[in-house]
Design a protein around this ligand. Structure first.
Ligand code: GRF
Length: 211
């Protein structure tokens, strides 16, 4: 299989993007991040990409008010950079159906809870951790999942638990979960880079490493 040429889509601070870049600099990630796209021209993620010498694009409905033009703008940069895999890292917009079809089973998202709990529309950022604490959960965690046409509904690729402490606030829980996000996302992406993922319906099988 040809090597992964990844576009990372991010709307915010970009700490997951940073963790992916660091994993690749350490040699733990062989996928190549060729492009970072944001809907927000001030996103910290764009600065992190620039600092790492990665190309950046600002693509948003503010620039392309017509949905068809917006989608074409994405398609054009995917072609320009020969992107064959998408990673959503704190990307706050829906991906169009045509893009999801073009990259079928080749789009990952990371969610700061154990899906299908605490996912779906409105469950982002602090809202997730607040809901976990209000429910009284003893564990939370991270889910890396495939992206389909609904929020947080694609099949999980990797999940990992994070303990909830009795004195947690949404912020303290978010910080603990984020630490785990920074490990698990590179691991999940590396499984795709090593061609060790087999997908059957909603089941994602991880093949043994050949080396
Ligand atoms: C992370 O918590 C991720 O799970 C969620 O959005 C947040 C992005 O954080 N999808 P960052 O921009 O990577 O720091």
């Amino acid at each position: 299989m040809k090597s992964l040429r990844v576009a990372v889509l991010a709307s915010g601070g970009g700490s997951n993007l940073k963790a992916l870049i660091e994993a690749s600099q350490r040699g733990d990630l062989s996928a190549q991040i060729v492009l970072v796209i944001s809907n927000n021209r001030d996103a910290g993620a764009l600065n992190i990409a620039r600092d790492a010498g990665i190309a950046v694009k600002h693509i948003s409905a503010a620039v392309f008010p017509e949905a068809a033009d917006l989608e074409q703008a994405f398609m054009n940069v995917f072609d320009e950079f020969e992107v064959n895999f998408l990673v959503l890292a704190g990307y706050m917009k829906m991906i169009s159906t045509a893009i999801i079809r073009k990259f079928e089973n080749r789009i990952l998202n990371i969610h700061p809870a154990l899906l299908p709990a605490f996912g779906g529309k409105g469950m982002y950022g602090k809202h997730v951790h607040q809901a976990v604490l209000e429910y009284g959960c003893k564990v939370s965690g991270v889910t890396v999942h495939l992206v389909d046409e609904k929020y947080d509904s694609g099949a999980p690729v990797l999940q990992r638990c994070v303990p909830v402490r009795q004195d947690d606030t949404p912020e303290s829980l978010a910080a603990r979960v984020l630490q785990e996000e920074h490990k698990i996302y590179a691991e999940a992406l590396q499984l795709f880079a090593e061609n060790r993922i087999r997908i059957e319906g909603r089941k994602v099988f991880i093949e043994e490493s050949s080396h």
